[in-house]
Design a protein around this ligand. Structure first.
Ligand code: FE2
Length: 384
């Protein structure tokens, strides 16, 4: 559980000077939105509003001139999700849902210049999904362009400086969402992709070569293993550190690992979890639990060793244990994190809630306790 780091973390936010931003061929201002293709967007939106506390801020559908699908835009802090469903089974979106269930299709990245982002990445080998195009309405215009990443997931570059509407041309604003029950979510901390056997380095190379990301942290199967199963992970970060994508691949173990289970059910590579940041995890997780979000159970033994492993922390250990929150420390501070159970019937997508108090860790000290908890759930599903 306390294996030494394989490689030291590389860039820090403080080191990302304007000089390095100038040299960055793909400067990113952050994650713009995450779009899910779902079987019933109206009901999915309801779940994210009442359980995760997001507000419905915009809508597009037949009533607004979007004839083939309905899209609900949900927001909390800077976290923005779009739930999209096709209105006819002949729509290609319906095929995506047939294959993957409700799933993340688009990880949209906010850029100053979408044309340039598309040119720089396709020149370096990215496969284009959509060449740069403009959408406009009375509130201005956005420029969009898309490239492929792992599996059927895509990145869309969004340039929106000249747009002043609710979300995007074609969307109608929703004035006030009386259903939303906010829980204090602030922004996306990181989004993790699961890729196939021995494919991690190929995708690490893609993010380095095509998108100008660099290796931020690296964990091998000795860091991330239990008695039964293992995985390997490398965290890729963009130039200013605003966007972080850990990439996981399965590793050999005595039994089937969680990444294998995902690849089997998704099926294929896709987004495994989205980590959402809060500055008060006790409050956020209390609210989420009250609103029906189910988290992984952490055994009592984890908390008896916590203080000696992590040292002094502001939060009472009994409070953390009551909610099932994990803690980890590095030389810069500590962090608190917790993982939901999968939010769908397929054992695929789940969420992490994270509060960083100085630490840039991804919770290496928690991997063993966490994966043993995941294995108990896999066992219940008959998949271990
Ligand atoms: Fe994570």
């Amino acid at each position: 559980m306390s294996a030494s780091p394989v490689s030291a973390p590389i860039p820090s936010h403080s080191r990302a000077s304007s000089l390095t931003t100038e040299r960055d061929f793909l400067p990113l201002r952050g994650t713009d939105y995450v779009e899910f293709y779902v079987g019933n967007a109206r009901q999915a939106a309801y779940y994210y509003r009442l359980a995760f506390g997001m507000s419905l801020v915009a809508y597009a559908g037949p009533e607004t001139g979007q004839r083939d699908r309905a899209s609900y835009v949900l927001q909390q802090g800077k976290v923005r999700f779009v739930m999209t469903t096709p209105l006819r089974s002949s729509d290609p979106i319906a095929d995506h849902i047939h294959r993957h269930g409700d799933a993340v299709r688009v990880i949209a990245l906010w850029v100053d210049d979408a044309r340039r982002a598309w040119q720089e990445t396709t020149r370096r080998g990215a496969v284009s999904v959509a060449e740069p195009y403009v959408k406009s309405d009375e509130n201005g215009q956005v420029v969009l362009a898309s490239i492929r990443t792992y599996g059927e997931t895509i990145h869309t570059f969004v340039e929106r400086d000249n747009y002043h509407g609710a979300f995007m041309p074609g969307f109608q604003p929703v004035e006030e969402d009386r259903l939303a029950r906010p829980v204090g979510l602030l922004h996306i901390d990181h989004m993790v992709g699961n890729v196939g056997w021995h494919e991690m380095d190929e995708w690490v190379d893609f993010y380095a070569r095509v998108m100008g990301f660099s290796l931020y942290q690296h964990f091998d199967d000795k860091d991330i293993s239990t008695e039964y199963s293992a995985l390997m992970s490398k965290v890729m970060a963009n130039g200013n550190g605003y966007v972080k994508f850990p990439i996981n691949e399965p590793a050999e173990g005595k039994k089937r690992s969680q990444v294998e289970e995902y690849l089997d059910y998704y099926p294929g590579p896709g987004v495994q979890h989205i980590a959402l940041a809060t500055d008060d995890i006790l409050h956020t997780v209390t609210r989420l639990t009250e609103q029906g979000i189910e988290f992984l159970h952490v055994p009592h033994a984890y908390y008896t060793e916590l203080q000696s492993r992590v040292g002094k922390i502001d939060e009472p250990v009994e409070e953390l244990e009551k909610l099932g929150i994990l803690a980890d420390r590095d030389d810069e501070g500590y962090m608190l994190q917790i993982f939901t159970k999968p939010v769908e019937d397929r054992p695929t997508l789940f969420y992490e809630i994270i509060q960083r108090k100085g630490s840039r860790s991804f919770g290496k000290g928690n991997f063993k306790a966490l994966f043993e908890a995941i294995e108990r759930e896999q066992q219940l599903r008959g998949n271990l």
